[in-house]
Ligand binder design. Structure first.
Ligand SMILES: NC(=O)c1ccc[n+]([C@@H]2O[C@H](COP(=O)([O-])OP(=O)(O)OC[C@H]3O[C@@H](n4cnc5c(N)ncnc54)[C@H](OP(=O)(O)O)[C@@H]3O)[C@@H](O)[C@H]2O)c1
Length: 509
């Protein structure tokens, strides 16, 4: 890879948590790898009153604490330091944008970026509309100059339902063409997630069996081991379905379920992902009650943190019905997946932090060992671990060494850290680089975001209408009992939840 073209990176929300933990360290890593152009510069834009010097100190501390590589390389840092600036301003005050525009103009000149600008909206989503309404002040509205670009990266969540996502898209398109818009879902920047496509489409062994005829079902789990912490105010307006399912989990689902794209370009890949969302079977109220589960964590303690329960968290309404856990059973009504279920679950305060996809294959047609073995042999699983310990495992049946024909499920394991002797780059490094390079493949297109909300909205509406509250669950468990029932009544079970070894099947041959 070569360094991207020089540009101004304007970070809205520069004093916030995401900027400190992810964005600034990612930009430093890009500089270290020679992928940030020497003439690119960064302007932080948020409310806190900071000088350039103070902001630079904060950035240095963020890189030292959250950077991927240690220690901070002083030579790289010194080169970057003089290219970091800060403007204290309020997003609700139009005059402040004029001030930022003036400063940007000066810096474009002194750094000779040619006027290329990358705007990164890393603010609470409640600020998106007012920022975008004012962005015209920072994006020259006259005829575009050949080769000069203005691009927008916008954080998740993108809207809170279909109408708000459409409204946001409409506003954005007043200032930016769709080719200039980069809706981020950082899961798409993770190596294992990108590897899903390589695994499916670069290996002949999977494609012929990647359908309802050979796969029994797919499970997607995105579990967090902690509660909402200090983010209760934001979370209570959102909930697990909007915060996790509509974006991260649906992106994983789309990559597992999509058809092979015509080419490896942004348009072809995103065309196929949109088709998946459009094929998800719409559910009526009665089906939603049967096929979805929501939960709220109760009082308890887990992972060294105790809680009085979700409804007692700071900034959460005492009567809140917001779900901190969601499980769904979905069907994708197309030729490949007809009749085969996809189970999704996500939640806070679950047993462990874990994001993975499990593809469970059907059992072999002839169970040769059935007569001799005390129980049926295990079906094969393909496990795609997004975090922690990024990698892929295939579970097979193997003979236990010894005189008897005893069978045990064994794993063929690929982990990034072991195979490549290095931790994969942070998702934000890849994504910021791609946006500077103008590659939209790993970003969400306008119609894709809207199609995902079209699936979510009826579920949210049915939950809002229902007299039932979300079911309580104990911190450190795998969610409410109803979520276990959701899959077990189909004769299946959630897999790999405890990490215990599969039992040995004793056979008398
Ligand atoms: N944090 C994460 O790990 C994470 C992960 C994935 C996605 N995200 C997404 O990233 C975005 C930012 O999240 P965050 O956790 O970084 O939020 P945060 O810590 O609350 O930071 C918010 C930032 O916005 C600024 N801001 C808010 N209102 C403002 C206003 N009226 N005028 C000027 N500045 C204003 C704040 O400035 P002051 O503090 O200086 O007032 C601060 O810099 C959200 O969309 C979130 O969903 C976050």
């Amino acid at each position: 890879m070569v360094s991207a073209a020089p540009c101004a990176i304007v970070i809205f929300g520069a004093s916030g948590d995401l900027a400190r933990r992810k964005l600034i360290p990612a930009i430093y890593e890009l500089a270290r790898e020679g992928l940030l152009h020497d003439r690119s510069f960064i302007v932080g834009f948020s409310r806190s009153s900071l000088t350039d010097e103070q902001f630079r100190d904060e950035c240095r501390a963020a890189v030292a604490e959250f950077g991927r590589t240690h220690p901070v390389d002083d030579a790289i840092w010194q080169k970057l330091l003089g290219r970091i600036y800060y403007c204290a301003a309020d997003y609700g005050t139009p005059a402040d944008y004029a001030r930022v525009a003036g400063r940007l103009g000066e810096l474009d000149g002194s750094h000779q970026t040619g006027g290329n600008r990358l705007f990164y909206l890393a603010t609470p989503p409640t600020q998106f509309v007012s920022i975008i309404e004012q962005l015209g002040q920072l994006v020259p509205q006259d005829a575009p100059v050949e080769g000069v670009w203005h691009r927008l990266i916008i954080e998740k969540p993108f809207g809170r339902d279909l109408p708000s996502a459409k409204h946001l898209n409409g506003l954005i398109h007043r200032h930016f063409r769709e080719e200039e818009v980069f809706r981020i879902d950082h899961y798409l920047g993770k190596e294992t997630v990108q590897n899903l496509m390589v695994m499916r489409f670069a290996n002949a062994i999977f494609e012929p069996i990647w359908n309802y005829k050979y796969i029994d079902h797919v499970q997607i789990t995105v579990a967090e081991s902690l509660g909402v912490g200090s983010r209760g105010g934001y979370y209570d307006q959102s909930g697990a379905l909007r915060d996790m399912v509509q974006n991260h989990m649906f992106q994983l689902l789309a990559l597992v379920a999509m058809e092979p794209p015509a080419a490896l370009d942004a348009q072809s890949i995103r065309d196929e992902k949109v088709k998946v969302f459009r094929c998800i079977r719409q559910m009526r109220q009665a089906v939603i009650e049967q096929s979805t589960v929501r939960g709220q964590y109760a009082a308890g303690a887990h992972a060294g943190v105790s809680t009085d329960g979700y409804r007692r968290e700071k900034a959460v309404a005492v009567e809140s019905r917001t779900e901190t856990f969601a499980a769904l059973k979905l069907h994708i009504d197309n030729w490949r997946w007809s009749g085969m279920p996809f189970y999704l679950r996500t939640g806070k305060f679950l047993e462990k932090k874990l994001s993975e996809v499990v593809v469970r294959f059907r059992s072999p047609p002839l169970t040769l060992f059935q007569k001799q073995c005390q129980s049926p042999v295990f079906p094969n699983d393909l496990v795609i671990r997004v975090q922690p310990n990024e990698g892929i495992s295939v579970r097979l049946n193997g003979k236990l060494p010894g005189g008897q024909m005893n069978i045990q499920s064994v794993a063929m394991d690929f982990t990034y850290s072991n195979t490549f002797q290095a931790a994969p780059p942070e998702a934000y490094e890849r994504l910021i680089y791609d946006a500077m390079a103008g590659d939209q493949t790993l970003f969400i297109r306008a119609d894709e975001a809207e199609a995902a909300w079209e699936v979510i909205d009826p579920i949210e509406a049915a939950w809002a209408k229902s007299a039932e509250r979300p079911a309580d669950y104990v911190p450190g468990s795998w969610g409410p009992a109803k979520a276990i029932d959701l899959i077990e009544r189909d004769g299946r079970r959630w897999l790999h939840t405890t990490g215990e070894a599969e039992p040995i099947i004793a056979c008398s041959v």
